[in-house]
Design a protein around this ligand. Sequence first.
Ligand SMILES: Cc1cc2nc3c(=O)[nH]c(=O)nc-3n(C[C@H](O)[C@H](O)[C@H](O)COP(=O)(O)OP(=O)(O)OC[C@H]3O[C@@H](n4cnc5c(N)ncnc54)[C@H](O)[C@@H]3O)c2cc1C
Length: 498
Amino acid sequence: MKSTFATLLSFVLLTVYVANVSATVYQTFDALPQNKQFDYIVVGGNIGGSVVASRLSENLFTSVLLIEAGPDSKNKELLAIPGNYPNSIPCRFHWNFTTTPQEGLGRRSIDYDRGFVFGGSTSVNGMVYTCGAAEDYDRWAKVTGDLGWTWALLWPYTIKYERFKGATGNKRSVGQFNPLSHGYLGKSKVGLPWSGPTKFDNCAMAAAKDPKSEFKFNLDLNSSKPLGLTWTQSMSGEGERSSASKAYLTPDVRRPNLHVLATSQASKKDIRTVETVTAMQEVILSAGAIGTSQILLNSGIGDSAETLGRTLATTSQRSRLVTSTQADPPLIHLRTNATLLPKSNIGNQMYGGAAVLMTPQSRGTVKIASSNPFDKPLIDLGFLTHPFDILALKDGVRTMKRFFAHPAWANYIATNISPDPDAMGEGEWEGLTRSKGAANGAVYPNLKVKGLKGLRILFSPTPRMTVPTDESFVPTGHSMAAIYILSECASGLIKWRL
Ligand SMILES: Cc1cc2nc3c(=O)[nH]c(=O)nc-3n(C[C@H](O)[C@H](O)[C@H](O)COP(=O)(O)OP(=O)(O)OC[C@H]3O[C@@H](n4cnc5c(N)ncnc54)[C@H](O)[C@@H]3O)c2cc1C
């Protein structure tokens, strides 16, 4: 039997929140167009989902349904305020996940934030904008054997999605970025700091401009060479957060062929079936690293092509979505301070640095707790289980100590508030850090699932899923930029049926 994912996947749609009724965003399944058939069904209103739904619906003859588990972000000022992160964002916009006990962290469970709202995590995150290094993308191309993943061919997508806005409030931003590294006509706003420079910024820049300094000034981290000290760019502009939904869905949602369904969770298992919808062309799963894994596992699709093939032969004929209801997620949102933070302090003013591991070698897993798709998945981040990660963090703390040792900071009192690897024994530092710190892939390089017709998977580590896990990696940057690049690229692959 020739199976297509569009004809086999059945979803559960779960109404968890009813927001103000909008003419263009459907709050209930019943409000959807009568025949419930669409060319494409996109699951997850995050970067991938918003970008793909927007790009596919540019063709007015293509109908697209985007399904998001969380509520609409429209008129939610708390989400729009830049820097209103993390504590001021209410729990109702989070999934409120907690990890399994982490072996590498002394068996502590930690909270794991993910946005539960239009825009996904881009509506609740720190907005820091870094694309990573050209070499990382070139390595994607090398391990996937697909030149399409080289930086040279992916870079144009940054120009496509970016709308660089400079600094807010007409602040002068000359000398704070490289104009040639940015796009100006895209949908996602990218900006420079809206306040400062503070005296701390001036000290840091003085240290960076010292010819003897190890920490050189880098005009723009987003010019594909991210090493150095510079002005932080963020995905915001004109005084507000630029979430994926605000950038891509808000302007396009009035298209008659784009249908957006809020507060509805998709999954394979239909424990309380109410309704169905059908994808005529393809289903695109973009429910984030956690949500996508959960849907696949609930569908009986494991992480190997072999499992995938076996599953397909036994699945049913129609693509379905079914609705049901569930209470709000629990409002428990405990935070763990996982940073390593030396800081200098004058009066009540403080300036801090944090060693953040952007390319961990540790690997985690997502498993389902039961066959009930509404149960929280078992998230094991595998934090600090690879020896490289602990070495890299130690090096990061030492690097920061050298940075704050520069004479530019002479008038400041610098102190470590995290364990200092040079002030304690090897085992003691590692123990304290752990107690504080937080091959056979399933898809082809064109993101199509092996052994299936009609399904693509789109989330951050997608290209690495095509290679053995020990070669898996993410670019050396915060993840948003890489996912925008991936999503714009994927939109083209889907549109042109590649
Ligand atoms: C607190 C926080 C701070 C961060 N700070 C930064 C930063 O400063 N810079 C940066 O670059 N990155 C940052 N990130 C990471 C970045 O925001 C994410 O990597 C990026 O948004 C993409 O995440 P994702 O693809 O995993 O999807 P997510 O953003 O997690 O989105 C998944 C979407 O799918 C929906 N969904 C899930 N399951 C289903 C289902 N079954 N049916 C329907 N919909 C479903 C979810 O509700 C959500 O909207 C941060 C993330 C968090 C959580």
